[in-house]
Write a protein that binds this ligand. Structure first.
Ligand SMILES: [Zn+2]
Length: 297
């Protein structure tokens, strides 16, 4: 049997190349992967899925979640590459990771916003924004149900549009490579911290653009309908949205779509103004589609 041309899949724990996932079956000690050229150790058994566990392949303990979070934030492209081996990133592990990231940002939003206001007030030196009793501010934010309802409701609404945007972009721009759509979706799930970071980026941007303003209910700075035509010339929106959208779009193109750097830069440059417009439209819909009224009820 010619093991370099056929890829038998009978053995579930067969050693696989850590770079490209090529099954290293029927091969003795190799200096490099025959498929991608990745240098390999002499003992191929260490490339068995059972021995190359990741935070997304083992049980779901809190410590592993934070390890996974750190890895996907520090090395988004390398993290996404793990999805080539299904044993290294299981569908369940990736889904739980994405759900925890998304739910955490929604639940913590009132506190993130409160912390942002305090920091921005401190930088701006605006005494009206810096409350003497800082702990009391957090305590009030923590115990007031209406504060949670409106802020968490806003964030759930807001992050939904980013998920919809990136799912659609992933399905439209995905080019079939060595992996299937399952691999694409797992890479998208591992990208979820960056979707949360983009939400925080829009909030932080408000403090840079207008430091002495309290964002209510969160990050809406738009008027219906004139803001839709002004969005690309509005100073506040350009400051708060263009840089975070560009960075996160770039990482999306590199990690989830697996594109080359120059193509990813081009993609991010085109997507940033489009995403900024969609974010403003979605913010206006929050106020004008009845969602806000529903939360105040
Ligand atoms: Zn390889």
């Amino acid at each position: 049997m010619d093991a370099t041309n056929t890829q038998p899949t009978a053995e579930p724990d067969a050693p696989a190349c850590p770079q490209c996932g090529y099954l290293l079956i029927g091969l003795n000690a190799l200096a490099r992967c025959p498929e991608c050229g990745q240098p390999l150790a002499a003992d191929l058994s260490q490339y068995r899925p059972s021995r190359t566990a990741t935070p997304w392949s083992r049980g779901h303990q809190p410590l592993q979640f934070f390890q996974g979070l750190a890895r996907s934030m520090l090395h988004p492209v390398r993290t996404a590459d793990l999805c080539r081996g299904p044993a290294q990133v299981t569908a369940g592990g990736a889904l739980i990771f994405a759900m925890v990231c998304t739910c955490a940002i929604i639940v913590l939003w009132p506190l993130i916003k409160e912390a942002g206001i305090q920091i921005a007030g401190g930088i701006a030196g605006d005494p009206k924004m810096i409350f003497a009793d800082r702990f009391g501010v957090f305590q009030r934010a923590a115990v007031r149900w209406v504060v949670w309802k409106i802020n968490c409701g806003w964030e759930a609404w807001s992050i939904l549009h980013l998920w919809l945007l990136f799912v659609v972009l992933a399905l439209v721009f995905h080019r079939r490579r060595s992996d299937d759509h399952g691999g694409l979706l797992r890479r998208l799930m591992l990208f979820s911290p960056w979707i949360a970071i983009l939400e925080v980026g829009y909030l932080v941007g408000v403090s840079f653009a207008v430091p002495n303003v309290v964002p209510e209910p969160s990050t809406i700075f738009a008027m219906w309908p004139e803001s839709l035509t002004d969005v690309w010339t509005d100073k506040v929106w350009l400051i708060r949205a263009i840089i975070p959208t560009f960075i996160v779009s770039l990482i999306f193109a590199r990690a989830v779509l697996g594109w080359r750097p120059w193509l990813a830069v081009l993609f991010a440059a085109i997507l940033a103004p489009v995403a900024m417009f969609l974010t403003m439209l979605w913010s206006l819909l929050f106020m004008h589609s009845g969602v806000l009224d529903l939360l105040y009820r």
